[in-house]
Design a protein around this ligand. Structure first.
Ligand code: 6GU
Length: 231
């Protein structure tokens, strides 16, 4: 998979790229590129944003700047990009990221992530240049960069070779193997710590009973999560 992140802070991703599962995915043939809006802005002094029409606080990322950066990187009219790849604007008002959307994105051959800053994007970016807008939760971040990292982390760990042990994505939280429920609890040595023990069944060596216990725990956690009132 080819992932391109458009951002005002490409250097933030240098650390992110060193994370083991990202580095593994890249070693497995995937790419994670960063493009700086500032390197492609047609405006003077590296300007990328402007005050909102109609007034109000903050600054808005300009449509001509994003258009120029996409055009320079892909060497085409960005309006035609949607034919060949998903172009995702990261914005708090977008479609909520969940495991289903992560799987959808992980099956794409290429992905473009647009990070906004300040008050966000000129709406024409979302309307004409992006194919999707995605949010990572019902709260506001200062910019889309951390959200882009969340999307990359969740998506790239699904790519071949990312985790090093392929079955760990099969039976994890929200997977089909667990019926979409959260994962069961894990324990490791020591079996007794202070007065805290470990469920007997896990020490029994009885694989069938362990499997049943885990599935039941996962199911109960799913029920508990569903019973929590929605915001
Ligand atoms: Cl994608 N961007 C920003 N700025 N804030 C957010 C978000 C995205 N998702 C949740 N909050």
């Amino acid at each position: 998979m080819e992932v391109d992140v458009f951002t005002l802070f490409p250097e933030w991703f240098e650390w992110f790229r060193t994370q083991r599962h990202i580095a593994n995915a890249v070693a497995g043939g995937s790419t994670l590129n960063c493009v700086s809006y500032r390197d492609h802005t047609p405006l003077t002094g590296g300007q990328v944003d402007d005050t909102p029409f109609g007034g109000g606080a903050g600054m808005v990322l300009r449509v001509d700047v994003v258009d120029a950066a996409l055009r320079a990187h892909y060497d085409c009219d960005p309006v035609t990009l949607s034919e060949s790849r998903r172009v995702v604007a990261l914005t708090p008002g977008g479609r909520m990221l969940d495991e289903e959307l992560v799987n959808e994105l992980a099956s794409e051959p290429s992905l473009t992530l647009l990070c906004g800053r300040y008050e966000g994007f000129d709406e024409r970016i979302i309307e004409h240049l992006a194919t999707d807008s995605i949010s990572i939760g019902r709260y506001v971040l200062a910019g889309g960069e951390l959200a882009a990292m969340v999307v990359c982390d969740a998506v790239m760990r699904k790519l071949p070779g990312a985790l090093g042990h392929e079955d760990s994505v099969m039976e994890e939280s929200f997977s089909a193997a667990l019926g979409g429920a959260p994962e069961y609890p894990h324990y490791t040595r020591p079996a007794q710590y202070r007065e805290w023990g470990v469920p007997e069944v896990l020490l029994s060596g009885h694989h069938e009973r362990i499997k049943e216990w885990r599935f039941e725990q996962s199911r109960q956690r799913g029920d508990a999560a569903r019973e929590r009132p929605l915001p």
